[in-house]
Write a protein that binds this ligand. Structure first.
Ligand code: ADP
Length: 493
């Protein structure tokens, strides 16, 4: 690989931390660019300018985009991801795609005109490039909201010399969210009906943004090796397994990293008391203060945390089935989450039933999340499926031992602890059943109770593991070269 070549990379995502976040996609889109920048590349980011993307942003340009037969104004503004690396203050440009009608709304997603909003976004990203005079080697699209870019680039823009050598990578962060809409979506994208075929963008009678990405990107990948394999099976493939198998030569798995600057217990201003692997006793202070904040009695019992979108994927049905049993163990449980009303009500009831053992905060709260990562002893992720999962990586960094179901990225990052050999960094189970969940929680709680010194060693080792972006960012660079090679026919690697 020509190591010294400076690649031009555009990362496109519907959410980017710290500007707008509903889940792990935002963390990745906010932190991967920093690691790529640190490796010497010219990386920039594009996302919609939602109402919650607060602040005054530098005006860059405006132009109009044809939506069906209407002209819609697109304003490009600019902000930055600011970060320090090796003592240098760096800034990565973030282009904010603005249109009041589409994006000046309370929430990020789930509106009636979702297909139109993101068709506009995809077209705007491509139209913006000559205007800002940035011709990327690679556009890295993430999840369905940017899938249309891969299709449009190959089928519409390629004839224009400005776009002809731009390659694409499409990353699947969660195959469950597909962006499947009516045939009108083609009109929004500016494409004719000939694209409504299974070889192109049609998917079970809909136009699918995910299919546009998976079919037309030069290279595709997912966010862990195991999930990249799982999605080629009927059980996890969400009906895309056939297409994914067909493209398996172009399909890779790269595990996500986390920002070790942002998630650093030694310096995190959001936690009660900073600590590192040499001062893990100071975790206790975080635990006591967390107990107080969550309305729980001060106690040395293990505290098990769960921070999650409250959706079926996350194994909450197992939790609920097993809950009365879990409450028989000597532990406390804190939950931070928001999502399905059904689960929100269930956890409200659980809190009422076990006020001395359960603390619940329903909502999205990034500061409280850090306090939970720092203050808990264990972190629970019993997911039904988990493309990568960031919670387990953040909790390792904070010395909070993950208890996980071995699926997707959880299987790749958490190795079951063996008290005899001392190997492993968490507790995991394979079979998706309340029985296995209970057994695994019990193993963790018992080890915590009986082997305080062993537990402390486990915590220290967890904190010393490296799940920063350093390695995975290098893998992404290789992927970008592969996409360029595939697209241009030139040997790049
Ligand atoms: P997913 O992307 O499926 O939501 P991940 O584990 O990859 O799951 O990432 C979830 C991210 O969102 C983590 O950074 C987690 O801390 C954060 N998060 C989830 N729910 C909340 C919440 N209610 N409040 C604050 N942060 C949350």
């Amino acid at each position: 690989m020509p190591e010294n070549k400076k690649l031009k990379i555009l990362i496109v995502s519907a959410e980017v931390a710290p500007f707008a976040k509903t889940g792990g996609l935002a963390d990745v889109a906010g932190s991967l660019p920093q690691a790529l920048f640190a490796k010497g590349h010219d990386v920039r980011v594009a996302m919609p300018r939602y109402r919650k993307v607060a602040g005054q942003h530098e005006y860059v340009a405006d132009f109009s985009i044809l939506m069906d037969s209407r002209k819609e104004t697109c304003i490009i503004r600019k902000s930055n991801i600011s970060f320090t690396e090796k003592g240098n203050d760096n800034k990565i440009p973030v282009y904010l795609i603005d249109n009041y009608q589409y994006f000046d709304r309370e929430h990020l997603y789930c509106y009636f005109d979702e297909a139109e909003r993101f068709a506009f976004f995809d077209k705007a990203v491509l139209e913006m490039l000559p205007i800002i005079d940035f011709k990327p080697d690679v556009i890295h699209c993430n999840d369905w909201q940017s899938g249309g870019i891969c299709l449009l680039l190959k089928e519409k823009y390629k004839q224009n010399p400005f776009y002809s050598n731009i390659s694409t990578v499409y990353t699947v962060h969660n195959l469950q969210y597909q962006g499947n809409y009516s045939e009108d979506t083609l009109k929004h994208l500016g494409l004719d009906k000939s694209y409504f075929t299974p070889e192109k963008a049609e998917f079970y009678g809909t136009v699918s943004f995910t299919k546009a990405g998976l079919n037309y990107a030069d290279i595709i990948n997912s966010v862990s090796e195991t999930y990249a394999k799982e999605i080629q099976t009927e059980e996890y493939g969400e009906r895309f397994e056939g297409l994914l198998k067909q493209r398996s030569k172009d399909l890779y798995g790269i595990v996500n990293g986390i920002s070790y600057e942002e998630f650093n217990p030694a310096a995190d201003p959001r936690i009660y008391k900073n600590y590192d692997a040499d001062s893990v006793n100071d975790k206790k202070e975080n635990k006591y203060r967390l107990q107080k904040e969550m309305g729980l009695p001060r106690s040395d019992l293990p505290v098990m945390g769960l921070i999650s979108r409250l959706v079926g994927q996350k194994g909450l049905d197992l939790m609920c089935e097993a809950f009365d049993q879990i409450m028989k163990y000597d532990l406390q449980f804190v939950l931070l989450g928001t999502g399905d009303e059904y689960f929100e009500n269930l956890f409200k009831d659980i809190r009422k039933k076990y006020p001395k053992k359960v603390g619940v905060f329903l909502g999205f709260n990034a500061d409280l999340a850090q306090k939970i990562y720092a203050g808990c002893d264990m972190f629970l992720m019993p997911s039904r499926f988990e493309p990568c999962g960031l919670g387990q990586l953040i909790s390792l960094r904070y010395g909070t031992i993950p208890i996980v179901r071995a699926t997707g990225g959880l299987a790749d990052t958490i190795k079951d602890f063996n008290p005899k050999t001392g190997e492993g960094n968490g507790f995991s189970f394979k079979e998706y059943s309340p029985k296995e969940l209970l057994k695994t929680i019990n193993r963790a709680v018992e080890y915590y109770r009986k082997e305080p010194e062993g537990w402390k060693e486990l915590v220290k080792r967890a904190m010393q593991e490296d799940y920063s972006w350093e390695h995975s960012a290098g893998e992404y660079i290789k992927l970008y070269y592969r996409a360029m090679e595939k697209n241009t026919g030139r040997k790049e690697l």
